[in-house]
Write a protein that binds this ligand. Structure first.
Ligand SMILES: Nc1ncnc2c1ncn2[C@@H]1O[C@H](COP(=O)(O)OP(=O)(O)OP(=O)(O)O)[C@@H](O)[C@H]1O
Length: 364
């Protein structure tokens, strides 16, 4: 997959800017605060419907503006695809080849993307929510239905939560609680199975990559813990019982205590939890190898590599890991966009674009 161009209108510090990209590596270079990350964020937002930096579209609007527009031209299996994302009157609208999509899930996954920045280390050191997000973002790009399931599940959770909080009211109905539990089980099982399936496939892809990255010295293992259990089939078959067992406690504490919204993906380094024992460098290797494994899985499934967006990554890696990544990019011929500050010196990697105060100039 390839991005031919992106046009950002009123997005962050861009008034109206078009950038034409080249196959292979594209380097966005400039001083701090010029708009390099904003380009990467614009592309990521266009492809996934989400920013990785903020939750509200309002913050993506150029200051004092009321609407933003992003237009992208892509190549998929040698066919041209145009994608648009508009934010106007506080509403989002997306189009594929000029045709409006009813739901974002019809749109996400058209062109796949992997994003990697130093902030991704939270996958190792952060809480389970970060790791669930990692899995869900990948699945959403490959199986669009996953987003609808997650949305329906979250709605059921909200309804059940509201009901638990009304336990002392006359209007409280026990039967209603059972109905929400049924929904939670039905949707929750699908979420667990999707995440466990991805975990298994990622394990297969990440193992050899990590072994290479650690010069054959270390191992990575990832396991999805559903409902606190290491066996997914056990979690699935006991879901209803576990919910019933927790019911009294849930009523007493007026909150939901079990479900895939509390699951975790555990990442082990040499059979020990990476969260507790991995050094900074080892954490980088764990995350980098997981991202490269994602690329491989997407290529296997779609027949083409997705786009790779690297924000400020090269300066953060030591020489060995940097060379590994660069070698991968060059040998796979994956189209990559890399941001760098003027202090970095990897300009020989590909086409160079200078970013200054929201304007882009390609090196002649
Ligand atoms: N909503 C917005 N409207 C207008 N300008 C914005 C908005 N949000 C951020 N900016 C501006 O965008 C610039 C930051 O851009 P960006 O994050 O892309 O920087 P960068 O070039 O990647 O820098 P660094 O190397 O420090 O990461 C800042 O000048 C900031 O003031």
């Amino acid at each position: 997959m390839m991005i031919n161009s992106i046009r950002l209108q009123n997005f962050r510090n861009y008034v109206d800017e078009i950038i034409h990209f080249m196959p292979g590596t594209n380097i966005l270079i400039g001083d701090n605060g010029q708009g390099k990350t904003n380009i990467i964020e614009g592309i990521y937002y266009l492809l996934t419907g989400k920013s990785y930096r903020v939750h509200r579209e309002q913050e993506l609007l150029r200051w004092e503006q009321s609407d933003f527009h992003i237009y992208g031209q892509f190549l998929m299996n040698r066919h041209k695809v145009s994608l648009e994302s508009h934010y106007k009157d506080k509403k989002k609208m997306v189009k594929i080849n000029q045709v409006a999509c009813q739901r974002l899930s019809d749109f996400v996954g058209t062109i796949n993307v992997i994003f990697f920045s130093p902030d991704d280390l939270v996958m190792i050191k952060g809480g389970p929510a970060e790791r669930r997000r990692f899995l869900d973002l990948h699945i959403a790009q490959m199986r669009p239905g996953h987003v609808s399931i997650l949305n329906a599940y979250n709605k059921a959770l909200q309804q059940k939560n509201a009901l638990l909080k009304s336990y002392n009211d006359k209007s409280f109905k026990y039967s209603q609680l059972q109905l929400w539990n049924q929904q939670i089980i039905e949707l929750g099982k699908k979420i667990i199975l999707n995440r466990a399936d991805l975990t298994e496939r990622l394990q297969g892809a990440v193992e050899p990559i990590f072994r290479n990255l650690s010069s054959e010295k270390e191992t990575i293992k990832i396991m999805y813990y559903a409902l606190g259990k290491s066996s997914v089939s056990e979690a699935i078959s006991e879901f209803a019982n576990l919910l019933n067992e927790k019911l009294d406690q849930e009523i007493e504490r007026q909150m939901i205590l079990i479900g895939p919204h509390r699951d975790d993906l555990q990442i082990f380094l040499n059979d020990k939890p990476g969260r507790l024992y991995a050094s900074q460098g080892q954490q980088r290797s764990l995350v980098l190898s997981l991202k490269l494994a994602e690329l491989e899985l997407m290529r296997q499934e779609k027949g083409e590599y997705p786009l790779l967006l690297l924000d400020d990554v090269l300066s953060e890696l030591d020489r060995f890991r940097r060379d590994y990544l660069i070698k991968f990019i060059e040998s796979s011929k994956i189209q990559t966009l890399i941001t760098m500050t003027s202090a970095d010196n990897h300009l020989d990697l590909g086409t160079v674009y200078f970013v200054e105060k929201g304007h882009i100039r390609r090196e002649a």
